[in-house]
Ligand binder design. Sequence first.
Ligand SMILES: NC(=O)c1ccc[n+]([C@@H]2O[C@H](COP(=O)([O-])OP(=O)(O)OC[C@H]3O[C@@H](n4cnc5c(N)ncnc54)[C@H](O)[C@@H]3O)[C@@H](O)[C@H]2O)c1
Length: 355
Amino acid sequence: MTKIRIGVIGAGLIGRKHLRKLAEHGDYELAGIADVNAEQVAAEQPGARVFADYRKLLDEARPEAVIIASPNQLHAENGIACARAGIHILIEKPVTDSLETAAGLIAEVRKAGIRSLVGHHRRHHTQAKALKALLGEGRIGDVVGVSAIWATHKPADYFKAAPWRSQAGGGPILINLIHEIDFLRFAVGEIVAVEAIAANRQRGFAVEDTAAALLEFENGALGTFFLSDCAVTPWTMEQGLGEAPEFPFSGQSSYRLMGRRGTIEFPSLDQWTQEGGAQDWNKPIQAQANHAASIDPYVVQLDHFRDVVRGVTPSLQPVEDGARSLLVTLAIAEAATARRRVDLRERYAALGQGE
Ligand SMILES: NC(=O)c1ccc[n+]([C@@H]2O[C@H](COP(=O)([O-])OP(=O)(O)OC[C@H]3O[C@@H](n4cnc5c(N)ncnc54)[C@H](O)[C@@H]3O)[C@@H](O)[C@H]2O)c1
């Protein structure tokens, strides 16, 4: 089968990771790269066609598909240009920088009929798929609630390197929590309302360093989420899964999913139930292990995108769905500022996704 000719817009931190994975992948052929730092990128990527203007990549190299790994503010513009040129897109998270630009992108993607995949790579982990399947087959009965943590200590250099990270919008809600929200939507179900509080007392930046959110799911489950980028803990999904060497493996579960008949921890997938499916606090509870192999989610994401581009499988996350994860995350930031519950149902409809 012929290889997919693919372009990459933005060869920064994640763009370079995609380029490394593409170089090792047998089903893709690099058509070219677009980055405003064209000279530096050309020096780093010998043999690749590098364009300073992404429109030239689309017009001259004519890729069949593109990975959009540019800064958030450019995602919509890049994605719309690809749609108008009939080019399929793997677009990094967050899908765009606002709900308005997301609605514009969704409209153009639909009009052009191109295929899209949002880069929430955690959905591709075997453990995430296994959890969804275990919940789906009723291993723990109806899900009653979720207790989740994402807490780690970002070093001082992280903020020195990019001053926008200590300003509004650069905090852990929009950068880190969006991944967790997307994972919860994928595994547990749609989120229909949120409440939250946030604080900046530890670092004293304009942006939050710690937050706590309450989640209401469409299926009736409730959730609590504790988030902090200034606490030393083993409880982030990155550490628990060991998905990248820069976040040393802890193997600890940061999620507890509790149901009428038992509990599953994630990512360990340890399951707690009572004998014979009992639901009785006077009866002993025992653990059972579930196995799911560890994989490289960025490679599996590329495998999936190949099949999406070829029309073999529907996208695990088209732009419409990526916009929903953005919507929930923005609502948590809003709820923390306004100190009130935010109902999301009408907002989903306003995204142009009314049923
Ligand atoms: N899925 C993940 O694991 C993951 C991880 C990190 C970042 N991201 C997302 O990927 C995107 C990029 O993040 P990053 O950390 O790689 O940022 P980065 O700043 O390291 O890289 C962005 C790149 O885009 C280039 N660029 C800027 N303007 C451009 C333009 N007009 N045309 C072409 N290129 C342009 C920059 O020169 C830079 O090389 C963001 O949306 C981010 O949220 C996803």
